[in-house]
Every structure is written in structure tokens, then in C-alpha cells.
Design a protein around this ligand. Structure first.
Ligand code: ADP
Ligand code: ASP
Ligand code: MG
Length: 409
């Protein structure tokens, strides 16, 4: 007997038929004698619909009220699944995040999980219930409903698996695993049988929406056995996130390509080239709880420098306001913004043992005449920022150029 946490995403619970299909899959695992905790997303499109409603009322919706609103999507699917399970003759009970007591901080719309009370779930599992938990949501110390950021149900799934010391966390979605890149953009993309935890972490952080980054972080921290599978297929091993590196000669240099259209770029022009400038610019941004991603400061000329950084597009206007408000104090000439950018990244632990990967990447992109606005590298990834209309071309060119479409690549 194993304890399994299964998370089903929006398309997997998009309507009543899909919810019944999930119930049948859960029933199969129960019949095999396993204990099952199910974590659900809202029906696909529902979270977007709710956010759009909020924006009709308030251009920048109040974060606490927004969380109150969007958390309802998951409440619909958990209750329906519990009913479907009961209809199949199983014992089942649904819980909101607050009812489990998934305690988070109070950073509405991007809360972090602080602790999970496993008492209720354990009791129900021991009495033969399937426990069905609303993904994406928690509760802060004052009892306010919080949400964990878009795609946050993955994080709920992995966090519950960690708290319950589950044998496996299965993420069911509309693709049958993690691919070399998003198969919607590159149809030749291939499923990876395994991907290292480190690579998955990079891919998620660089925009591969198949897993939310915090879910991967949790899996790493608590050594959760994590697998991505399709809820539309009966068979298949999906992709296993592994902790060991495959150091055989067959280790490909590049494992995957990630991209992200969700960023925007802010440039502070003509800043005095002095110590403390980065701190002065980014301090107020950090104080507003805004994450900064790429940062580039060019070589100063005439004692001034340009300072460019990227933030999530949702934070673009707010960041621009903050930086503009501080521009005079920083001594900057002007502040400009551009939200028509995209970030394209190649990822692979194999890069560690190969030289010239960046050169190859830049050559492939230059052949397509794509201008690189920013570049950043780490041991196992290279990212470039390009104009967003060239993003798909860049991804396809790199996928082909690094031969990721070829089996065994
Ligand atoms: P869910 O609603 O089940 O959470 P998501 O839409 O969040 O599903 O994530 C699954 C989607 O992630 C796929 O449909 C696919 O388009 C996209 N995706 C992006 N990068 C990858 C990748 N490298 N491998 C597989 N899918 C990817
Ligand atoms: N429903 C939430 C979203 O659309 C959480 C999730 O699906 O993981 O972002
Ligand atoms: Mg998702």
C-alpha cells in the first residue's frame, strides 16, 4: 500500500465528464489498495474568467478581495469530484486550503506556504476516505484566504506530498510528460523520460508552465518523488524528476528550451556611475515585494550608466511608477519601459562539460537575424531577451539547431 498525491490541472477537470474520468482513475488506485489525496485546479479558463471579472470592477483589483474571488474556482471542482467519487461507491471528503489548514504568509496573490496541518487528512485517509483538496489556496494567520500564484495547484500537490511523506506525487495534465520544449510551439518536441531536478527547476523558473517553480522547489527540498503524466491517457510513465544526474556519454548538452512572455523590461537611463546605484534603484522595488529577474548594467560613459532589469508583466506598471518616483533621487535622466519582450532559454546539465554552447546559440539566433537585448547565463542555462514577435522563431531555431527533435539527442 502506498500513499499517493495526485494533482489534476484545469483541463483535466474542465467539465463533468472529465471530473468523472478523474474519479474513475482515483478509484483504480483505491482498488489497488493505495491511499489517495487528490489536489484539484479550477476548471480550465475559470481563474482567468474570475480575474477578468475583477478587472471590470477595478483596474488593479484589491489583492485580498482578488484571492477571495479566484479561490472559488477550486471549491467548485473539489466538491464535484467528491460527489463523483461517492457516486462510484467510495468514501470521499473535500477540503478547502483553509480547512486543511494550509497556513501561508499574507502576500495575497503570491503567498508562500508556511506549514500544513496533516491531522484531518491523516484521519480521513486512515478511515478509508479519498481526501480531495483545493489547490492554489491557503489561509494566513488572520484567517484570510490567500492564493499561491498562477499554476499554484502544483505547489499544493507537492507540499501535501511532502507533509504527508507520500510515496509519490503525480501531476496529471494535458501532456504526457515534460517535453524538450512546449509541444504547442514546437510539434517535434519530444517527451523526456527523466529530467533532473536541477534542470526542471531552471525550466520552471524560465517559463515552462508544465510545473510551477515552487512545486519543484518543494520537491527538491523534501525529496518528493515527482512525476508528470497525462490525465487523457490510461498508460504511460510520463516524466520522472530525478535527483541523480545521468553522467553517461549520452547525456545531451541541452535538455530543453524554455520561454517566457510574461516579463517586461525597465531601463533607467543616464544614472550616475557610482557605488550604491543598483541598491537605490532596486531597493524600493524589493520593498514593494516585486521580484526582479534579469539585471544588466552597461559600461559607464561620461560618468553615467544605463541600468536595465526585468520584472513580471503584471508588476510592470507598478514598478515603472516606483522607479519613476525615485528617478530624481537616483539622479537618472529618464526611465523607459518595454513590455514587448520575451525571454528564451536553453537548459541542460550537460552544458557543464561542454564549451562553446553560448557561441552556438548566438550563431543560431544571428542566422535568423534576431537581436539579443539582454543575456544572462548560469552553469546550466543561457537566457536571452528578444523582441516578443521573434520568440517562437527563436525557440524553433534552437530546438532544431541543438537537434532536440532527434531521438537520443
Ligand atoms: P494544468 O492546467 O494541467 O496545470 P498547464 O497548462 O499549467 O496544465 O501545463 C501544461 C502545459 O504546459 C502543456 O499543455 C504545455 O503547453 C505547457 N508546456 C510548456 N512547456 C512544456 C514542456 N517543456 N513540456 C510539456 N509541456 C509544456
Ligand atoms: N487555477 C489556478 C490557475 O489557473 C491554479 C492552477 O491551475 O494551478 O492558475
Ligand atoms: Mg498548471
Amino acid at each position: 500500500m502506498a500513499l499517493i498525491v495526485q494533482k489534476y490541472g484545469g483541463t483535466s477537470v474542465a467539465n463533468v465528464e472529465r471530473i468523472r474520468a478523474v474519479a474513475e482513475r482515483v478509484a483504480k488506485f483505491k482498488m489497488l489498495g493505495h491511499q489517495v489525496v487528490v489536489v484539484l485546479s479550477a476548471m480550465s479558463g475559470e481563474t482567468n474568467r474570475l480575474i477578468a471579472l475583477a478587472k471590470e470592477i477595478q483596474a488593479r483589483p484589491d489583492p485580498r478581495e482578488l484571492d477571495m474571488l479566484v479561490s472559488t474556482g477550486e471549491q467548485v471542482t473539489i466538491s464535484l469530484l467528491a460527489m463523483a467519487l461517492k457516486d462510484l461507491g467510495l468514501k470521499a471528503k473535500s477540503y478547502t486550503g483553509g480547512q486543511v489548514r494550509i497556513l501561508t504568509d499574507n502576500a495575497f496573490t503570491k503567498a508562500r506556504i508556511l506549514s500544513i496541518d496533516e491531522g484531518n487528512m491523516r484521519r480521513d485517509l486512515d478511515s478509508g476516505h479519498v481526501v480531495v483538496v483545493a489547490g492554489f489556496q491557503g489561509v494566513d494567520a488572520d484567517g484570510n484566504i490567500t492564493t499561491l500564484g498562477r499554476g499554484g495547484s502544483d505547489t499544493t500537490g507537492v507540499a501535501l506530498a511532502a507533509a504527508l511523506k507520500a510515496d509519490e506525487c503525480q501531476i496529471y495534465t494535458d501532456v504526457d510528460g515534460v517535453y524538450t520544449t512546449d509541444p504547442r510551439i514546437v510539434p517535434e518536441a519530444r517527451r523526456l523520460k527523466t529530467v533532473t531536478f536541477e534542470e526542471m527547476l531552471e525550466m520552471a523558473s524560465l517559463g515552462s508552465k508544465v510545473l510551477q517553480i515552487r512545486a519543484v522547489e518543494f520537491a527538491g527540498k523534501y525529496h518528493v518523488k515527482l512525476r508528470v503524466l497525462s490525465s487523457f491517457q490510461d498508460e504511460g510513465d510520463g516524466t520522472l524528476i530525478t535527483f541523480e544526474e545521468n553522467d553517461s556519454m549520452e547525456q545531451p548538452v541541452i535538455s530543453g528550451i524554455a520561454f517566457n512572455r510574461d516579463e517586461a523590461k525597465i531601463t533607467v537611463v543616464g544614472v550616475p556611475d557610482q557605488p550604491g546605484v543598483a541598491y537605490k534603484i532596486l531597493g524600493p522595488v524589493a520593498d514593494a515585494n516585486i521580484d526582479v529577474d534579469m539585471i544588466v548594467q552597461n559600461v559607464g560613459h561620461e560618468n553615467t550608466t544605463d541600468f536595465t532589469f526585468t520584472v513580471h508583466r503584471n508588476d510592470f506598471n507598478k514598478t515603472l511608477d516606483i522607479v519613476k518616483a525615485h528617478a530624481a533621487a537616483i539622479g537618472a535622466r529618464t526611465v523607459t519601459g518595454d513590455d514587448k519582450i520575451a525571454k528564451v532559454s536553453i537548459v541542460g546539465v550537460g552544458m557543464r562539460s561542454h564549451v562553446g554552447v553560448a557561441r552556438k546559440m548566438f550563431e543560431m539566433l544571428s542566422k535568423e537575424n534576431i537581436n539579443l537585448q539582454m543575456i544572462s547565463t548560469s552553469e546550466i542555462k543561457i537566457s536571452v531577451v528578444v523582441e516578443d514577435k521573434y520568440m517562437e522563431l527563436a525557440v524553433r531555431a534552437l530546438h532544431q539547431g541543438f537537434e532536440l527533435d532527434k531521438a537520443g539527442a
